[in-house]
Design a protein. Structure first.
Length: 317
C-alpha cells in the first residue's frame, strides 16, 4: 500500500524546477502509472513503470506552476498528491543615493546600479527591492546587515576602499539568494600638484642679497587650503617657512608670484639655500603636495674674478 505523503513544497527560480518523489514499495508490482491532474480534475499519463521491485523514484521536470498527481498501482489509485512551488527570492531593483564628502563640493546623485564609483568617504544609501518578503539580507564583504522591511532592504555605509561584493538574502522558507557580483570603486583624493615654474632650476649667484622672483603653479582635485615656501641653510637640519597664500574657497588651480629677498636670511658667502614649495588641500586629514627641491649657492671671490676677466676679454675682442 502506498501511503499519501504530506503536501510537498519546492522552491522555484526563473528556470523550471525538477521535483523528485520517492515512494517505498513492499512487494513487486507489475505495473505502475503516474498521472498528472489539471485544475479541472482531468488526468493525463505522465509516465509508466513496469515490474518495480524497489523504491520508485519519480522525476517531474520543467515545473513552473503548482500541480497535483496520482499514482495507479495495479488497479488501485493513490492520491492526489500536491506539489506547491515556492518562489525563490530574487532581486527586483536597486536604488543608490551617493552623498560625497562636503569638502569636495560635489553634489549628491542617484543611481539604479549596484556598481558604484564615488569619491573616497562618500556616504552610500542603498535600497534593494525583492520579489518576496525577506527575513535577513547581508553584504558579507562590508560585514553589513541590511535593515529589512518586508520586501525592501536598506544598506548604509561609507565608501573607503575599492572591492567587489554581492548581496545575499534569506526568506522565511529558508531559501537563500545570492546576487550577481557588483563593483565598488573609490575615487581617491590625490595630493595637490605643485611646480616651481621660475626659476625652475638651481641658481648660483654673485651675492647673498639678491632678490629671487618665484613663479609657482599648483592645482588640486577638490580644493587648495595653503601654500608655503620651505627652505634650509647649508647642511643644517632646521627648516624655515614663509607663508605664500591661504585659500578660503574651493580654489582648484592657482599661479603664485612671489619676490624672495635673500637679504632677510642673513647668509654668509659660503652658505647655500635648499628650498621647495609645500601645498595642502582641504581634505581631513590634509593631503600635502611638495615641489621639486632647488638649490641657491654663491660664487666665491676667485670665481667672480675669473668671470670678470673673461667678461673683460670678451669686451676687448
Amino acid at each position: 500500500m502506498i501511503r499519501r505523503p504530506p503536501r510537498s513544497t519546492l522552491s522555484s527560480s526563473s528556470a523550471a524546477s525538477d521535483v523528485y518523489k520517492r515512494q517505498p514499495l513492499k512487494e513487486e508490482l507489475r505495473e505502475i502509472a503516474v498521472y498528472t491532474v489539471n485544475s479541472s480534475g482531468e488526468k493525463s499519463v505522465y509516465r509508466n513503470f513496469s515490474r518495480v521491485t524497489t523504491n520508485l523514484r519519480i522525476t517531474f521536470s520543467n515545473c513552473r506552476e503548482p500541480f497535483s498527481y496520482e499514482i495507479r498501482a495495479e488497479e488501485q489509485f493513490h492520491g492526489p498528491y500536491y506539489v506547491d512551488l515556492v518562489k525563490r527570492p530574487n532581486l527586483d531593483d536597486i536604488s543608490v543615493f551617493v552623498t560625497p564628502p562636503e569638502y569636495t563640493g560635489l553634489k549628491s546623485y542617484h543611481s539604479n546600479s549596484g556598481n558604484i564609483r564615488a569619491a573616497e568617504g562618500s556616504k552610500i544609501l542603498m535600497t534593494v527591492n525583492f520579489n518576496k518578503e525577506i527575513i535577513k539580507s547581508r553584504i558579507e564583504k562590508l560585514n553589513k546587515n541590511g535593515k529589512v522591511s518586508k520586501k525592501t532592504v536598506q544598506f548604509d555605509f561609507e565608501l573607503r576602499e575599492s572591492m567587489t561584493y554581492s548581496i545575499n538574502a534569506f526568506d522565511s522558507d529558508g531559501i537563500v539568494f545570492d546576487s550577481n557580483i557588483f563593483n565598488l570603486e573609490v575615487i581617491p583624493d590625490s595630493a595637490p600638484i605643485v611646480k616651481i615654474v621660475k626659476p625652475g632650476q638651481d641658481l648660483r649667484l654673485k651675492n647673498a642679497t639678491e632678490k629671487i622672483q618665484l613663479e609657482i603653479f599648483t592645482e588640486d582635485d577638490y580644493g587648495l587650503t595653503s601654500a608655503k615656501l620651505v627652505f634650509s641653510i647649508s647642511d643644517y637640519d632646521q627648516r624655515y617657512t614663509i607663508p605664500l597664500k591661504d585659500y578660503s574657497s574651493h580654489t582648484k588651480t592657482d599661479r603664485i608670484f612671489f619676490t624672495w629677498p635673500l637679504s632677510i636670511i642673513q647668509l654668509k658667502a659660503d652658505d647655500f639655500v635648499s628650498y621647495y614649495v609645500e601645498v595642502t588641500d582641504n581634505k581631513e586629514p590634509m593631503n600635502t603636495g611638495v615641489s621639486q627641491t632647488f638649490v641657491i649657492s654663491f660664487k666665491d671671490m676667485k670665481e667672480q674674478l675669473e668671470e670678470f676677466v673673461e667678461h673683460g676679454e670678451d669686451m676687448i675682442n
